[in-house]
Design a protein around this ligand. Structure first.
Ligand SMILES: Cc1cc2nc3c(=O)[nH]c(=O)nc-3n(C[C@H](O)[C@H](O)[C@H](O)COP(=O)(O)OP(=O)(O)OC[C@H]3O[C@@H](n4cnc5c(N)ncnc54)[C@H](O)[C@@H]3O)c2cc1C
Length: 387
């Protein structure tokens, strides 16, 4: 936490000295390697590929993956720290591209064959190759079980046809973890395939977006792509279960990231309120402004407490699916509130391109849609809670 930030430090009941050392190293990386370039890379719509290797050298791409393949197993708190602290880079676009392997590679690590893991995970975790996840289609977003990209078995290959939409790192990924239909309708017919970026028949189109400009988001077209049968991730027809498990990790990561961005918004709003004078006093000395800052801090503290509780339950072996879904909604709402308040407090400056809160304000919505939209999270929580 930056000095004089007015929020509580991380709860020592959960965070050890080792956790805090990791937090400091993640923060340092994002403040030094990302923040100074965030505006330029966002405007350019891309960031250097070299950043993946640098992040790997700093130990940021490996947490949570098995040691045998170059990873660094860790508890849920390390993962939360990683996603929360990346907010200090000030660009969700850079972070989502740089960490697209955290949604693309876990299914490989969880259910992939040893040969597949040995072939691709070390390359991904060393920052040499980029991994992406391709589930969403033009006709199937929230309703994953109705996806229509097909993979037909032909000898020792699959022949893949279909289209994927809104794929993060889609333009430059080397490995796509692709949800395909190998069987009949519904979730039981879904499998996961690893498809390499240079597979003949695969083409990509870049998409322009409201925010996350620095990440390359693409539409993918598979036209009779031939993929070795050995690239199946897990068993045929078991892809939906792997996707569901992956979603839980992604949602928790998104929640931690949203909480991090909310803190950055609070930090910038507070700094401005202490600096800026109107009507003879600092903004921070006007009661309405102080109340707004307290409202931001309240939501942030509540969100952090919920996330810490979730992480500790996960480490105890629980799988609180409903609470993860609710935490994603709560954290993204906290981020939305704090981004809105921060832009308002900065006034005209908050509306100017190049101001960090302006960029973050444009990046809120995707977090309320991606990884399971807000309404879908509520449906899921309602089902899990037996309402
Ligand atoms: C920038 C960006 C990056 C992304 N990156 C990836 C990626 O890397 N890989 C990937 O696979 N996907 C990715 N996505 C896709 C994302 O996961 C989907 O957009 C999301 O799951 C929603 O799907 P959809 O857009 O098809 O919306 P739809 O499913 O069409 O839903 C539209 C709206 O209707 C609501 N809705 C749907 N069903 C119901 C219902 N039953 N009751 C009430 N409301 C409902 C939804 O909540 C949503 O608000 C990305 C999206 C964006 C914007």
């Amino acid at each position: 936490m930056p000095e004089n930030m007015a929020l509580q430090p991380p709860n020592p009941r959960y965070y050890t000295a080792e956790h805090e050392a990791f937090r400091a190293s993640v923060r340092r990386f994002f403040e030094k390697e990302v923040a100074p370039h965030a505006e330029a890379w966002d405007e350019a719509g891309s960031f250097p590929r070299e950043l993946y290797r640098k992040a790997a050298e700093a130990g940021l791409l490996q947490p949570g993956f098995p040691e045998a393949y170059g990873g660094a197993p860790c508890d849920a708190f390390y993962r939360m720290i990683l996603f929360e602290e990346r907010a200090w880079g000030g660009s969700g676009g850079i972070a989502s591209g740089l960490f697209s392997h955290t949604i693309g590679a876990p299914p490989i690590a969880a259910v992939g064959s040893d040969a597949l893991k040995a072939r691709v995970l070390p390359q991904i975790l060393s920052g040499e190759k980029i991994s992406a996840l391709a589930i969403t289609e033009p006709g199937a977003g929230s309703d994953v079980a109705h996806l229509s990209t097909t993979a037909r078995r032909d000898g020792d290959q699959y022949v893949v046809n279909g289209t994927k939409l809104y794929i993060t790192s889609g333009m430059r990924a080397d490995y796509f973890t692709v949800a395909v239909r190998t069987g009949g309708p519904g979730s039981g017919g879904v499998s996961l395939l690893l498809i390499e970026g240079d597979t003949p028949g695969l083409s990509r189109t870049e998409l322009k977006k409201m925010g996350w400009w620095a990440s390359d988001t693409a539409q993918l077209f598979f036209d009779h792509c031939r993929v070795p049968a050995g690239s199946l991730i897990g068993e045929e027809g078991k892809g939906f279960a792997a996707i569901t498990k992956n979603f839980n990790h992604e949602r928790l990561a998104l929640a931690a990231a949203a909480c991090g961005y909310a803190q950055v918004c609070f930090h910038d709003a507070l700094a401005w309120a202490r600096e800026r004078h109107t009507f003879g006093k600092r903004l921070a000395d006007h009661q309405v402004v102080r109340h707004q800052l307290v409202d931001m801090a309240t939501r942030i503290e509540a969100t952090r407490a919920m996330l810490d509780d979730l992480a500790s339950r996960l480490d105890d072996g629980a799988a609180p699916v409903a609470q993860i879904a609710m935490a994603k909604n709560m954290a993204t709402r906290t981020f939305q509130f704090c981004a809105d308040r921060a832009v308002q407090l900065l006034g005209g400056m908050g509306y100017m391109r190049g101001s960090r809160v302006e960029r973050l304000y444009r990046e809120v919505k995707v977090m309320m849609i991606g990884g399971g939209a807000e309404e879908i999270m509520k449906d899921l929580a309602a089902r899990q809670l037996g309402l």
